[in-house]
Design a protein around this ligand. Sequence first.
Ligand SMILES: *Cc1c(COP(=O)(O)O)cnc(C)c1O
Length: 374
Amino acid sequence: MRESTTGTPDWTTDTWLIAGGRDRTPGEPLNVPPVFASNFYLPDDRLYSRSDGTPTTDALEDLLGGLEDGRALAFASGMAAAAVIFQRLHVGATIAVPEDPYHGVAGIVAEGEAQGRWTVRRLDQADTPAWLDAMRECDLVWLETPENPLMTVADLPVICGAPRGDMTLVAVDSTFATPLNQRPLDLGADVVMHSATKFIGGHSDLLAGVLITRSAELHDEFHHRRLLHGATIGAMEAFLTIRGARTMSLRVERAQANAMELAQRLEQHPEITRVLYPGLPSHSTHAVAATFMSGFGAMMSFETTGSGDRATEVCARAELINHATSLGGVETTMERRAAIPGQERIPPTLIRLSVGCEDVDDLWADFNHALRPT
Ligand SMILES: *Cc1c(COP(=O)(O)O)cnc(C)c1O
């Protein structure tokens, strides 16, 4: 928790990103170095890094937990973190998920369903009444907001604050929003998950995931599952995640300002038929997003005129924007989502764009080049 290291709970998140997770003992380095160790000399509380972590993972968890005023557990990837939430479900559980969650999460959900382990409600993220029923009736309510790739924003304050069943666990995949733009735990969620591979790491050079909760009981349970499943983060990844996180507020501020500007310009572009960005008044969940998000993020999707092949060609033609999957890096990336196996339901010309920190006019010039009619 934030106060455990610093005793200075008044710092803003921007300051905490830079100041948190440091061991201020005289003689210690400013940055906790990567500690490459599986085991430690006895007797000590720290025996083995799969169970007890390392000074590097402690620093990372301290830093990330403070972002949401909870306690964090770091994992080898976002999927390793998400899997823990599904592993805890008993046989016969009922779970509610968005219609189109992250494809890895969709895969876990579908596998458990095929094995008869649980029953699944796939809900339109904008259908708040359906989520309110799920809050009363399901064992797990899993939200991902904004949602991949249509950028639908769930009404988190209403859903997370609603009456719920005794056993209902509410988890939010908050990867696209980052801890800077929404705070699900403040709104009543039990656990927040982030793929730290994305905006937290911010440089497309690592895999990492995190679960953050304010419940000591859940924290201990998740810790135990991580230990059993061996889903621990590596030393170098933990170090790099901290290093990346230091600049997250600067990166996100720049990237989402770029995103707003590009969304507005793309909406006017003759080769674009639709822009999906929660910051645009034309987005179906803009009004909901505006009630609780502090920023609209750097993720958007758009559809081009013509065929799917034409959209792929637009991605291939870009010279500055990177034709690549994934998101949240300083470098802008885009990809045609329906080209991904299993994602054929997505509109064929939909391109998902992760806006980075380049100069917005250079990005715009690249769009004009890539979108020119053939
Ligand atoms: C990337 C991502 C994940 C999975 O995270 P990994 O670090 O790739 O395992 C989960 N949810 C969302 C929204 C993501 O973007």
